[in-house]
Design a protein around this ligand. Structure first.
Ligand code: NAD
Ligand code: MG
Length: 379
């Protein structure tokens, strides 16, 4: 039995991870579960999977959920609680399905405790890729991608040499507004933005897909996961989300990974690697799909993607600030406080006011993250 801990268990990736666990009885033991809210669902999950340790976001939530949990479960809360669940159990792998840079301290603690990471929480790599990859290399733990594009690239690189890669290309569905002009984006609503054409995901990443910040975060994530310079990372619009990403080699061969859009496939692969297990995912029929479409990415239409490349090339605290400003801007958009296009204005303005620090340590990252959040709130 493989022991795993899961942080962010009540979200889109979290619940699909538990689906995978359910579909493979006898393969997994859940040693720890953590969530931010939705304590009704969380209590059910804890009662069903019986982790040794559990954690919720706040003390108040912990007091409310305690009576609903089996008595022998050790309950924690807050950042320390997340760290306890991620690093303080016998798990061999930790699935990071929490959203935002809030996942960073727990991810680093898990790596320091020698756990492999099945990584969905891309914001941690964007915020502190140099620290996370350095720690993983030093501890000899694997960073196994859960993000579908990165799982695709990871699979296309199997048995190959990274120095023989000419370019990797991440495909992008284009999100909820891919066919609108910038003029038409002025008055879009939160409800419109939350309707993603191909994937059902958490609110934040759905907005990130519409602004193309998600692809920007993924470009930076790919840079750290595969150790490639930004010049060798491309993005291509592909509305059907059937080709999840591809790798071009120096001999001209292109290897792609395809499948129906179902996150349980890359989640499961991160947990079964290097093996492949049966899955209930709908099989891909290319005859049924008929046609696939591709379009060059328009960086004027999606300026947040251009900004992500720029921040990635600058390095240091630039990507941390890009991410933190976006997290605040998206929360403000979701609460009806700003318009859709103001998300990009906020990111751009915060970045323009930032003095980049090169090679920041964890404290440097945390202070840049705090600074960017305060600045993004104040605009
Ligand atoms: P979500 O909003 O559906 O779920 C987030 C989870 O994190 C919830 O369980 C929430 O309670 C928990 N959480 C949030 N703040 C917390 C805190 N401070 N302490 C403890 N728990 C906290 O998000 P999601 O769509 O599942 O995305 C999770 C991560 O996976 C994100 O980084 C996202 O970019 C990435 N991702 C998601 C998808 C997808 O299909 N949903 C695909 C690829 C990558
Ligand atoms: Mg993705």
């Amino acid at each position: 039995m493989k022991k795993i801990a899961l942080i962010g268990s009540t979200g889109s990736i979290g619940t699909q991870t538990l689906d995978v666990v359910r579909q493979h009885p006898g393969q997994f033991e859940i040693t720890g579960l953590a969530a931010g809210g939705n304590i009704g669902l969380f209590a059910e999950q804890v009662s069903r999977f019986r982790p040794k340790k559990a954690s919720v976001a706040t003390k108040e939530l912990a007091e409310r959920v305690r009576p609903q949990l089996p008595e022998d479960v050790q309950l924690y809360y807050g950042e320390q609680g997340l760290i306890e669940v991620a690093a303080g159990t016998e798990a061999e792998t930790v699935v990071t399905a929490i959203v935002g840079s809030a996942g960073l301290p727990a991810t680093i603690a898990a790596i320091e405790a020698g756990k492999h990471i099945a990584l969905a929480n891309k914001e941690t790599l964007v915020t502190a890729g140099h620290l996370v990859t350095e720690a993983a290399g030093r501890k000899g733990v694997a960073l196994l991608p859960v993000d579908s594009e990165h799982s695709a690239i990871f699979q296309c690189l199997n048995g190959e040499r990274i120095e023989e890669v000419r370019q990797i290309t991440l495909t992008a569905s284009g999100g909820s507004f891919r066919d609108l002009t910038r003029e038409e984006l002025r008055n879009v609503t939160v409800k419109d933005a939350l309707k993603h054409p191909n994937w059902s995901m958490g609110a934040k990443i759905t907005i990130d897909s519409a602004t193309m910040v998600n692809k920007g975060l993924e470009v930076i994530e790919a840079h750290w996961l595969f150790g490639l310079p930004y010049e060798q990372i491309g993005v291509l619009l592909h509305p059907e989300s059937i080709i999840h990403s591809f790798v071009e080699y120096r001999d001209g061969s292109v290897i792609a990974q395809l499948g129906t859009p179902d996150m349980r496939v890359p989640i499961q692969y991160a947990l079964s690697y290097p093996r492949r297990w049966p899955s209930e995912a709908k099989r891909l029929s290319l005859a049924e799909v008929g046609k696939l479409h591709f379009r060059e990415m328009d960086y004027n239409r999606f300026p947040c993607l251009r900004l992500a490349f720029e921040c990635g090339k600058i390095g240091g605290t630039a990507t941390c600030v890009y991410n933190a400003a976006n997290e605040v801007a998206v929360a403000r958009f979701l609460s009806g406080n700003i318009s859709f296009l103001q998300i990009e204005t906020i990111i751009e303005t915060v970045l323009s006011k930032h003095d980049v620090q090169e090679e920041p340590d964890l404290e440097g990252i945390r202070s840049a993250d705090r600074w960017a959040r305060n600045m993004a709130e104040s605009l």
